[in-house]
Write a protein that binds this ligand. Structure first.
Ligand SMILES: *Cc1c(COP(=O)(O)O)cnc(C)c1O
Length: 401
């Protein structure tokens, strides 16, 4: 993911603005800060790109998705439908707000499918934590229909999909609230940072207070502010917000280059027999941070990965064996190994996480290989990569007698 590729004078300028004043805190100190409000500017830039009415910057994307769920009314004992293929932060967020994850099937969109969600709904289901994986977007028409049918709270973890949209609407704005990550690996980075978005003023106010010990942020005497709810500290610092601001301004450029290179790769690779691609529900809205290829089966995908390693082809993820992105390796979750008891352990879970039956997700993730698209590539590098991928895939394809 390319934000880090473009770290330069723009980021340094924004950081220096903050260093000049020494006000590293995002609130108050109106006189000393000399008009420098980086968190506010970062939020304004995110509103511009997403079209969200409200954006609130916080310490990281994991906090942002937890806040999105809590502010939307999901809490202790509530069952939340989640995908088995996501960065594990989505599942941790459900558990740490006291709710109970219920795993459902994904499909070739790499996201929860409407059908998968429908099959997992029980009378106790309160919400859906929908993850837009690998830079793309879920089937929103289908998923909105299930959410409405069963009156479920939809929250979107768009941690990997900042800049992506579905039929003209930014991801993160379909449900009650959404979140983005600006960690070091995303399309734009703040070093560490996250953004919460919503179009609902009440949810925004709740999220704002929740992420700063309940402060309502009214007035100029922090110690005397009202505290409508109990909260916690998920604040972002001005230094991180400064970096996030400079990086967010670069996203339209990064996305344009990503799309061009992804199209070049796709055009070349679609001529290779046996290679197909993940299903883009709105190709025009792709953030294009990843090229997601699907091999005919898991064995061929593994052989292709072996060929990549032999040939020195780098820059790909085989999520099926990844420790943090696919349920097969989440032994700590299966055993519920925790530092201290979580509500899910006290209340009990409706699924045995060690014995889930998710054949479709197993099949799709087993076949999936994702290449990170780099906006600093040259066109020659893109062509070379495509040819290398094709050559390795050909060697790995099953031989038909
Ligand atoms: C990166 C990511 C997160 C977590 O973000 P952090 O900023 O690293 O806490 C959450 N969900 C998804 C889908 C992610 O990819």
């Amino acid at each position: 993911m390319p934000g880090t590729e473009l770290f330069g004078s723009e980021e340094r300028k924004e950081i220096n603005d903050v260093l000049e004043t020494g006000i590293l805190f995002r609130y108050n100190h109106d006189q000393q800060r000399n008009g420098i409000w980086k968190a506010r500017e970062f939020e304004a830039e995110v509103r511009k790109i997403t079209g969200a009415k409200y954006a609130h910057a916080v310490s990281n994307g994991s906090a942002a998705i937890a806040i999105a769920m809590a502010a939307s009314g999901i809490g202790a004992g509530d069952e939340v439908i989640v995908p088995p293929f996501t960065f594990i932060a989505s599942i941790e967020a459900v558990l740490f707000i006291g709710a109970i994850p219920v795993f459902a099937e994904i499909d070739e969109t790499l996201c929860l499918s409407a059908e998968g969600i429908r099959k997992a709904v029980t009378p106790k289901t309160k919400g859906i934590c929908l993850v837009h994986m690998c830079g793309t977007m879920a089937d929103m028409d289908g998923i909105m229909a299930v959410a409405e049918e069963h009156n479920l709270i939809l929250v979107e973890d768009a941690g990997q999909a900042f800049g992506a949209s579905y039929k003209g609407t930014s991801v993160g704005l379909f449900g009650k609230a959404g979140s983005f990550s600006f960690d070091f690996f995303k399309i734009a980075t703040a070093g560490e940072g996250g953004i919460f978005i919503t179009n609902d003023e009440d949810i925004y106010k709740l999220a704002d207070a929740y992420s700063d010990h309940g402060h309502n942020h009214v007035g100029n005497n922090r110690g005397m502010e009202q505290h409508p709810v109990l909260g916690f500290n998920y604040r972002i610092s001005e230094l991180h917000a400064a970096v996030g601001l400079a990086q967010t301004r670069k996203v339209p450029h990064i996305r344009e280059v990503n799309r061009k290179y992804k199209k070049m790769l796709t055009d070349i690779l679609s001529k290779t027999e046996g290679i197909s691609f993940s299903h883009l529900t709105d190709p025009a809205g792709d953030s294009a941070t990843f090229l997601n290829i699907l091999m005919p089966d898991q064995e061929t995908a593994q052989r292709t990965v072996d060929e990549f390693n032999k040939a020195g082809v780098a820059g790909f993820n085989y999520w099926y064996t990844n420790m943090y992105h696919f349920i097969n390796q989440w032994d700590h979750l299966k055993k519920m190994s925790t530092a201290s008891a979580l509500p899910a352990q006290v209340l009990g879970t409706p699924q045995d996480y060690a014995n889930l039956h998710l054949p479709k997700s197993q099949e799709v993730v087993g076949r999936l290989i994702s290449f990170v698209i780099r906006c600093t590539w040259t066109e020659d590098e893109v062509k070379t990569l495509a040819n290398n991928i094709a050559a390795c895939a050909k060697k790995a394809m099953p031989v038909h007698a």
